[in-house]
Design a protein around this ligand. Structure first.
Ligand code: ZN
Ligand code: ZN
Length: 355
């Protein structure tokens, strides 16, 4: 039985043949990892339309490659793209969204008689639909994220700084089994909550604040992503109502995330709730994004996006309302689109916690 990486390479080979190319040169490291299993900072993969494949990496990763993907021939050369490209003939499809103008010029000069054509985001498209092994890793990444939130809740109180809370969340995730945080954690308190991607700083949490925490664990290469907003001491005023609004919008988005739904319709399901309450201008970002080997990957969910959801596509649903100078609320889950209903991977309560 072919291994998972061999199966993925066979899918890419079929796309390469469909495009009328003879080879694909995969240079995006995350795509090389997806197709070979090798995580590195220098590697490339040449996949023939006939399904043959050759890996290229440098001496630092040769031993790992032999262990991780022993079925692949491995060319050890610092110039991975050049070394693999010279094995190609005819039409060579390359990842134009990855290769710099300079690298393209060098490659073209090196490969006489080879026609360089764009591959497009073929591997990213293959990566959208996850197999059950990938979903299991994502499920564990999200479970670690949930547990870290529970563990850090008692630590969140007046007198702590945003940065202390961010560090506590990240430390907790690693203690609970994460490789590392999936991205730089966001902790935004009080008026800082109005900044969607606030960098946690020295601001001290005060009673009456709303605090938004956006964080996630990396596990087995897969990225969890969750946001919760909590109230400190008491929950009163405009943000209390905003919380209920964002929670309703988030529920509407999750319910709309079904196979065959257009990504812009999922965005609209959530955005319409916020628009109807008069806060259209206070929700300045897309509804969500795919997650997997990258924290932000296809599909993107936004009013200006195209494409449809499919079974086994993990996404986030993360509406927010931000009131300049006053604060904000965002609620985000990672979930898997399924034919029999969304599978929620982040399970922390979305009731407003007053702590
Ligand atoms: Zn997030
Ligand atoms: Zn996100």
């Amino acid at each position: 039985m072919p291994g998972i990486h061999e199966t993925r390479r066979a899918r890419l080979a079929a796309l390469v043949a469909d495009q009328g190319a003879d080879f694909a040169l995969v240079t995006r490291l995350v795509n090389v990892r997806y197709l070979s299993g090798l995580a590195s900072s220098n590697a490339a993969l040449l996949v023939g339309a006939d399904g043959t494949a050759v890996l290229g990496t440098d001496g630092r990763y040769a031993g790992t490659a032999a262990r991780v993907c022993p079925e692949l021939e491995c060319v050890v050369d610092r110039d991975t793209a050049g070394a693999l490209g010279s094995r190609a003939s005819g039409r060579l499809a390359f990842e134009a969204h990855d290769v710099t103008v300079e690298a393209h010029r060098e490659l073209a000069a090196k490969l006489e008689g080879v026609e360089l054509v764009p591959l497009g985001r073929a591997v990213e498209e293959l990566r959208q639909i996850k197999d059950e092994d990938e979903i299991a890793l994502l499920r564990e990444a999200c479970a670690i994220t949930d547990r870290a939130f529970d563990a850090v809740l008692p630590f969140i109180r007046p007198g702590r700084t945003e940065r202390e809370i961010a560090v506590a969340l990240e430390r907790s995730m690693v203690d609970l089994g994460a490789e590392r945080p999936a991205f730089a954690s966001i902790v935004a308190s009080g008026p800082n909550g109005a900044i969607p991607h606030h960098v946690p700083g020295a601001r001290v949490i005060e009673s009456g604040d709303f605090v938004t925490m956006d964080f996630g664990a990396l596990y087995g290469g897969y990225h969890a992503d969750m946001t919760r907003t909590v109230a400190i001491g008491s929950a009163a005023g405009a943000l209390r109502d905003i919380y209920d609004l964002v929670a309703a919008a988030q529920r509407a988005g999750v319910e709309a995330a079904v196979p065959e739904a257009a990504t812009k319709d999922v965005d609209a399901a959530s955005r319409d709730v916020i628009d109807a309450a008069g806060h259209a201008d206070d929700f300045p970002h897309g509804l969500g994004h795919g997650v997997g080997l990258e924290i932000h990957e296809a599909p993107l969910l936004g009013y200006d996006k195209t494409g449809k959801l499919t079974d086994r596509v993990p996404i986030t649903v993360e509406p927010g309302v931000y009131l300049a100078g006053r604060g904000g609320v965002r609620i985000e889950d990672t979930l898997v689109v399924r034919t029999d209903g969304a599978e929620l991977l982040t399970k922390t309560t979305k009731e407003l916690l007053v702590i």
